[in-house]
Each structure stands twice: as C-alpha cells, then as structure tokens.
Design a protein around this ligand. Structure first.
Ligand SMILES: Cc1cc2nc3c(=O)[nH]c(=O)nc-3n(C[C@H](O)[C@H](O)[C@H](O)COP(=O)(O)OP(=O)(O)OC[C@H]3O[C@@H](n4cnc5c(N)ncnc54)[C@H](O)[C@@H]3O)c2cc1C
Length: 380
C-alpha cells in the first residue's frame, strides 16, 4: 500500500490548480450571478486534457486514471464547484456512457468531438416524476420502420440548453420494467428535441441545468446506445463511476471552503487577537481538515478499485455519501468562521454554502446512497 501520489500526479495537481486560479478564480462570481457557463473555457480545458480525462488516446482522450480524474475534479471544485460539476457531468456521464457502451462507429463519431471540447455532453435520466425512482420514467422510444421516435421530457439536465451531444434513456418496452429501458445518443438540435425551462438555481449557477423536451423526435436506428433493454442496467454502471466524480468534487469544494476559513481566521482580529487563536475556531479547522482527509481517502480508494477493474458500487456510494456530507459541514463552518462576512458576496464563503447542497442530491441523494450501501451489505 502506498498513499503517496506519483510525481506525475503532483504535477497534474499543480497544473490544474494554477489553471483554476488564473483562468477561473477572477470570474467565479460574475459567472455565478449571470448563470453563465463560459464556453470559451472549453478549448483551454481540452488543451489540459480535462475534456476527455479517462478516455483512450485513440479518440482524443488523455488516457488518465480514475485517481488522476479525482485530482482534476478536486482542483476545479476547490475554485469553482459549478465548473467542476459541468466537467464531471461531461466526462463522467455522457462521454463515459458512450465510451463504455457505444459501438465502434458511435465512439468514432462522438468521442473525438467531446474530448476535444468542441461540444459539451449532456446525459438525461431524471424526469419530473422519476428522480430517485428513475426506472419509473415515462419518456418512450417507439420503433417506426428503421427509426426510433422519442416522446416525453427530461428534468434537471446538466447542459440541457448548451450541450451539443446528449445521451437519453427512454422506455422501449413497457412490459419489462427496468429491463425495458434503452439508451440513445443524439445531437442537440435534432428536430423534435428542444431545451425546455432553464432552472434558476440556489447554487452551481454557472452550470447550465434545464428540461429537455422530445416531441416526435425521430432518431436513426444507429442512435441506440448499447443493447436494447440494457439502458437502465448500463446507467447503474455509469453512475457507480460517476459518483466517484461527485465525491471528488465534494472533497475539492470542502478543501476550498476550509482554506478560505483558515485564511480568514488568521487575518480577522477580535478581542485583540486573530480569531484563529480561539480554541473554538481551531477545533472547527482541525475537524474539517480531518474529515476532508478521510473523504479523500475513501474517494481515492473507490477510484483505485475502478482503475483495477474491480466492482466498486459500495465504495463509490460510501465515498459520495461521506464526502458530500462532510462538504456541507465544511461550507457551513466556513460561513460561521467568517461571521457576518460569510453572509455577503464579498467573500467566497456564501457561494461554497450555496453550491455544496447539490452534492447530497445529484447523482443519487444521500438517502439513496445509504440504500445502495445497505443493499450491498445485506447482499440484496
Ligand atoms: C443541478 C442539478 C443537476 C442535475 N443534473 C442531472 C443530469 O445531468 N442528468 C440527470 O439525469 N439528472 C440530473 N439531476 C437530477 C438529480 O439526479 C435528481 O434531482 C436526484 O436524483 C433526486 O431526484 P429528485 O430530485 O426527483 O428527488 P426525489 O427522488 O423526489 O427525492 C425527494 C426526497 O425523497 C427521498 N427519497 C426518495 N426515494 C427514497 C427512498 N426510497 N428512501 C428514502 N428516501 C427517499 C430523497 O432522498 C429526497 O430526500 C440534476 C439535479 C440537479 C439539481
């Protein structure tokens, strides 16, 4: 067992951190307030290999490991959790689904554009009445001649408005329950497909979230991604890995909040001394630093298993559950340590506090992670 990062991983962390500090930090609040995703960042992220982190070099990916992926997402989230969320959804959901279950022609057609940052990927599972119970989805795909015709709508889709390529799940056989769901890949702008309401969110505001509507949307036969009826099963595998990304995002956000709190505690003076001299503040810092290290270890362990091709359903759910919950605490303590200044927009504390809540909800709520873990423990 070796807990040290390699020299390459140290360099990767420094490179992504420097990028986030120079290219992102100065604009974070402006993007947040305007609910604007900076598309001009995509070629720069692609130049660092961040638009195709874990994908094969033959499709333009940077061939990095799952542990490297965690380092990248962590460093983006430390500065701007919303950009990190978009990059995690692009890599870990849409692009991953195509890379894991697409045929050679689909991989050749879609992956190079995604890994080059030419387009953002979107991935649609959730519907208005099917969130945690995603298999209860109502969107249908019906065979008509050699085409599939999609009808229905998807809710809360990251890059639902600005994405260029989308993977969406739809019911192809109502009689077969979750084995009657299939996945499809399509270009945004396909006739019959449109973006619906763009959500006005509490946090993660620079990351675009919207409805996606399908009304007699005709897709060619080769839009079917993976085997017919396997879409939901494949989705669970995509989510096992995707959750490692949300765990890493949580670790990065918690780290950013903790660092902001530590810096402020050393600078802010009350009762004639820096507030960092008070034990109540020191304990908050010590507890957060300890929890962040524990979350990082759980996250890297899940990634380590993924890199070795070992099933990590339980470990990725544990990493996601623990990391997102300790991140909520880190963001809360960050605001508390800032006092009144934690409540205003001149300091980063309030934004971490708003952004963090998504992490106990997206890609499976904390309750659903506990359900997944319990099922694994009980062998169900
Ligand atoms: C910003 C953002 C981005 C998103 N991006 C995407 C995306 O790109 N693609 C996509 O497909 N989806 C996306 N989602 C959707 C997200 O995955 C869902 O919101 C999430 O899975 C929860 O579903 P829900 O919102 O319908 O909540 P519900 O399922 O209605 O849950 C409501 C509450 O009930 C609890 N609950 C539900 N079932 C159980 C149970 N069996 N036991 C105990 N408690 C339970 C939940 O934990 C929660 O507390 C995104 C959401 C947001 C907010």
């Amino acid at each position: 067992m070796d807990f040290r990062p390699t020299e390459e991983q140290e360099l990767l962390r420094r490179t992504v951190r420097e990028f986030a500090e120079t290219e992102m930090r100065p604009h974070v609040m402006e993007w947040d307030e305007a609910q604007h995703f900076p598309m001009d960042l995509l070629p720069k992220l692609a130049a660092l290999g961040l638009m195709g982190i874990q994908f094969d070099e033959s499709v333009g990916g940077s061939g990095m490991s799952a542990v490297d992926y965690c380092i990248c997402i962590e460093e983006l989230a430390r500065v701007c959790p919303a950009i990190a969320l978009s990059i995690a959804a692009h890599n870990g959901l849409c692009t991953s689904h195509i890379a894991m279950f697409g045929n050679e022609a689909q991989k050749r057609k879609y992956l190079p554009r995604l890994t080059a940052g030419e387009v953002l990927g979107a991935w649609g599972l959730t519907e208005a009445s099917a969130g945690s119970d995603a298999a209860a989805m109502r969107t249908t795909a019906t065979k008509q001649g050699s085409c599939w015709v999609l009808n229905g709508s998807k809710q809360f889709i990251t890059h639902g408005t600005i994405g260029g390529i989308m993977v969406a799940m739809a019911v192809t056989d109502k009689t077969k329950g979750n084995r009657g769901i299939s996945a499809f890949v399509m270009e945004h702008g396909t006739p019959g497909m449109s973006a619906g309401k763009k959500e006005n969110k509490l946090g993660m505001r620079a990351s675009d979230t919207s409805e996606v509507l399908y009304q007699d949307c005709r897709l060619p036969a080769d839009a079917l991604l993976g085997e017919e009826g396997q879409g939901f099963i494949n989705t669970l595998q995509v989510l096992d890995a995707g959750r490692i990304g949300i765990a890493a995002l949580s670790v990065g956000l918690a780290q950013g909040a903790y660092e902001a709190a530590r810096a402020y505690a050393k600078e802010r003076r009350q009762f004639g001394q820096p507030i960092a001299a008070f034990q109540a503040i020191q304990w908050k810092l010590a507890d957060n630093a300890t929890r962040i290290e524990a979350a990082r270890l759980l996250t890297y362990r899940a990634a380590f298993l993924k890199d070795r091709g070992i099933r990590m359903t339980r470990e990725s759910a544990m990493a996601k559950l623990f990391s997102s919950e300790i991140a909520v605490k880190a963001a809360d303590d960050c605001v508390q340590i800032h006092g009144g200044y934690g409540f205003v927009k001149d300091y980063p504390a309030e934004k971490y506090f708003r952004d963090v809540k998504l992490l106990t909800i997206g890609e499976g709520t904390s309750e659903i992670q506990r359900l997944v873990i319990a099922r694994q423990l009980l062998g169900q």
